[in-house]
Ligand binder design. Structure first.
Ligand code: MIG
Length: 779
């Protein structure tokens, strides 16, 4: 693993880039097609098709007709658009109300501009072309002020300007360094922020792909094969770009509420007794817990869809006893199926021809946990349906959540994955593993999620996945794989999860406490503080490492860890409302500050703070022995969540944060809803009073476990608030038929001065005033 100096021997010359680069030939003829234009070039075809006024798809096939088909990432179809089209001499132009695409015919160049004529993607000296008659590449001008975000799951800082990013789903146990790339997910999408405005590019090519953002004049994206096929999204705000990108690739379903609570995992809890003792310990210590994950040891010799009956004699009882304690079991399911003619899954799959195989017909075998194994061919609907239905094994035991691991797919061999020559069925349109590798995790997720959903008859499944491609958000939450119990990995997890959010995946998080290496009390306490606000919140660690349950490092740390797990539940109504927003708009729950303050350059590479929604800033401590940190607060006035002190925005502040304190700031003149763990306790709307301010706040609630919300059984309350002369004017609009189970709904106005509440024509005085909070009962 460790290189010696030989790696930089002067005799090892650098490969000469672009030596055999061929540009696309000139445009010979242009004709109109549905929602756009088709251009015949010397050797191939270019298609420019508007999916919406703000989204244009550009497809170039250098060697033949452009294929209008898409990868399974894309589910959004063509919307009606009003197009204008001009052509004169060497120039052609096609435009909607939001985007203009200009073509120069000789040499072929494409310039995309917005309605104001601002060039979003220009091509000067270089356009697009190919290498070695198969690799495709496209160059775009880079502007001095361009900042780049997204690209899915990447190490390093938030802003990817100056980086090269590779898309090839890879099982990387170690290391996860700033230069470690690629990891498990491939999300070939990025957002460019330029002087406060944003646009996006989604390069829908499933081959191994590369984004090179290192230059000053150009950036490029390329792939080892296929067409040059990309979508440009006009923005103009960063949130608009994410909305547009997720209109193409889909949004997350509403999560089961238990799935956004606290998860406890370990590689592995090895017996039924150990699991029951673990659950009892949480109860006894009064630490809220929603789920326990079962890693590979629960199975009978790593056969998926089995339990080891010696160690887990009665899984059904275990699961129902846990359910009574409010705890869900989430078992791991890997794609590798053990070669064993007496094992039903293997036998059926072989008999019905459901596993990945070579063109010649022989099944592909690879070594994973169960030894010699076969791999379901998820590119076939028949296989997806079969695999999905196998999950009745779990649902009949009362299981509602599944954890997919090793689905890059990972194989224990030198290439770390399946033979690239394997020919996937791809629903009758066979393609090599080389082409479809990056889709394996996505399609396993689709199969699993849809199968679980069928089997659960109206309940929301939870799926956690390691690998994925664009669109994975429709099926699964993502955890960021095998990190280590390093402070550096806590630091790295923030920009990683923020960029996943920008990339359309709002439900993700790292292994809290760190997976490999030994954690310690201080690290686990600080990581749990940050984890309380990452969308997916699971403590997980590797076999042989120091135990990492909340109490593992003694009472001092246990108390702090408990406090922050509880805080997660206090904030649940706010978080759940944000998940509802992610479901509807694609906007991430955990946000980089630039999403809300795109014009503020202090936010452009701010990697150690994040926002929850549009008004809460979290600034975790991520170094040992550190009890102060600098916090940047953007425009506005901000309240310290713990002390109530006010801080001025557009400034850096030195904030005190002893071990029990996670710095949290709430923008004045805004709201946040709090509840209580588990019980149907009071719902408290906190309003941080600011004289002269106006705000709106959308609270979303439903049963948290079924799809009844699709039938209107939800409650959405849109509050409108004005703070004027010591009076809070409150208006609310209600939608949906669900009756929430909150015992009461109260408003807590945080204000040093006396306040009154006005709803319509009635004026209310506070029921009580405590620590600067003025409480009003609303219902
Ligand atoms: O090669 O199932 O990332 O979370 O505990 C290791 C055992 C396989 C890798 C996952 C990790 C999990 C582990 N798995």
């Amino acid at each position: 693993m460790n290189d010696t100096s030989f790696a930089i021997h002067p005799g090892k010359s650098r490969k000469i880039e672009n030596s055999d680069y061929q540009e696309a030939g000139d445009v010979l003829a242009i004709e109109e097609c549905r929602n756009g234009l088709k251009a015949r070039t010397e050797t191939g075809e270019l298609r420019i098709v508007f999916y919406a006024n703000e989204i244009v798809r550009i497809t170039m096939n250098f060697f033949g007709e452009a294929d209008a088909g898409t990868s399974p990432a894309v589910i959004g179809g063509l919307q009606e658009v009003k197009l204008e089209h001009y052509e004169s001499g060497d120039q052609a132009e096609v435009k909607t109300s939001c985007l203009t695409v200009k073509l120069t015919k000789s040499p072929l160049r494409i310039t995309v501009a917005d309605a104001e004529g601002r060039v979003l993607a220009g091509e000067n000296q270089k356009g697009m072309g190919y290498k070695h008659s198969k690799e495709v590449i496209c160059f775009k001008n880079m502007e001095e002020s361009d900042q780049f975000y997204g690209f899915g799951e990447k190490t390093g800082f938030l802003n990817k300007r100056g980086e090269k990013l590779v898309m090839w789903n890879s099982d990387v146990y170690a290391p996860h360094n700033p230069e470690t790339d690629p990891l498990y997910q491939s999300i070939p999408f990025f957002l460019t922020l330029r002087e406060g405005q944003a646009h996006g590019i989604f390069f829908d090519n499933t081959f191994r792909a590369e984004f090179d953002m290192r230059g000053d004049e150009f950036y490029s994206f390329s792939a080892d094969g296929g067409q040059l096929d990309y979508y440009l999204m006009a923005g103009p705000s960063p949130k608009d770009v994410i909305r547009q990108y997720t209109s193409l690739t889909g949004r997350m379903p509403l999560p089961a509420k238990w799935a956004i609570g606290y998860h406890q995992s370990r590689y592995s809890y090895e017996s039924q007794q150990e699991v029951m003792e673990l659950a009892a310990a949480f109860k006894e210590k009064g630490i809220p817990l929603d789920s326990i994950h079962l890693d590979i040891h629960y199975m009978d010799e790593y056969r998926v869809f089995t339990f080891d009956r010696d160690k887990f004699p009665d899984p059904e009882k275990m699961i129902s006893d846990l359910k009574e304690m409010g705890i869900h079991i989430v078992p791991i399911v890997d794609p590798g199926v053990k070669e064993d003619p007496e094992y039903m899954v293997y036998k059926q799959g072989i008999q019905e021809d459901l596993f990945c195989k070579y063109l010649e017909g022989n099944v592909y075998y690879g070594d994973v946990w169960p030894g010699n194994s076969v791999f379901p061919d998820f590119t076939s609907k028949k296989v997806r349906d079969w695999w999905g239905s196998l999950h009745s094994y779990y649902t009949e035991l009362g299981i509602e959540g599944i954890w997919n691991d090793m689905n890059e797919p990972a194989v224990f061999n030198e290439s770390k994955t399946m033979d690239l020559k394997v020919m996937h069925d791809n629903d009758g349109n066979p393609r090599t593993h080389k082409e479809l590798h990056n889709l394996y995790g996505l399609l396993m997720g689709k199969s699993t999620y849809e199968g679980m959903k069928r089997n659960l008859k109206g309940k929301r499944p939870f799926l956690l996945t390691r690998a994925g491609y664009s669109g994975v958000q429709r099926y699964a939450a993502v955890w960021t794989g095998d990190n280590r119990s390093f402070w550096e990995h806590l630091q790295m997890s923030l920009p990683m999860v923020m960029n996943l959010g920008v990339s359309g995946i709002p439900f993700s998080g790292p292994d809290v406490g760190g997976f490999a290496h030994d954690s310690n009390g201080e690290l686990l306490a600080r990581w749990t503080q940050a984890g309380a606000f990452t969308p997916f919140f699971r403590n997980h660690s590797v076999l042989g490492s120091a135990r990492q349950e909340p109490w593992a490092f003694g009472e001092k740390y246990e108390a702090i860890i408990r406090k922050y797990i509880e805080l997660r539940y206090t904030w649940m109504p706010h978080l759940y409302s944000l998940f509802a927003e992610a479901h509807k708009e694609g906007t991430p729950v955990m946000r980089p500050l630039f999403l809300e303050f795109p014009e503020d350059e202090h936010t452009w590479n701010l990697s150690d703070q994040f926002m929850i929604g549009d008004n809460v800033i979290i600034a975790p401590i991520m170094q040992p022995g550190t009890f102060h940190r600098a916090v940047y607060l953007p425009e506005g006035m901000w309240t310290d969540y713990w002390t109530g002190s006010t801080y001025e925005g557009k400034k850096h502040h030195l904030i005190k944060a002893p071990l029990e304190t996670l710095p949290i700031f709430i923008k004045k003149g805004t709201m946040a809803a709090h509840g209580e763990a588990g019980a149907a306790g009071p719902l408290t709307l906190h309003l941080y009073y600011e004289e002269g301010s106006e705000c709106s706040y959308t609270l979303y609630e439903d049963d948290g476990e079924t799809f009844a919300y699709e039938e209107g059984e939800y409650r959405e309350i849109c509050f409108k608030v004005k703070c004027e002369e010591g009076t809070v004017y409150l208006n609310s609009a209600i939608a949906g038929t669900y009756e929430p189970v909150w015992s009461t709904v109260q408003l807590a106005v945080h204000s040093r001065e006396n306040v009154r509440l006005k709803i319509g024509s009635s004026t209310l005085l506070p029921e009580k005033i405590e620590e600067g909070r003025h409480y009003f009962i609303l219902s």
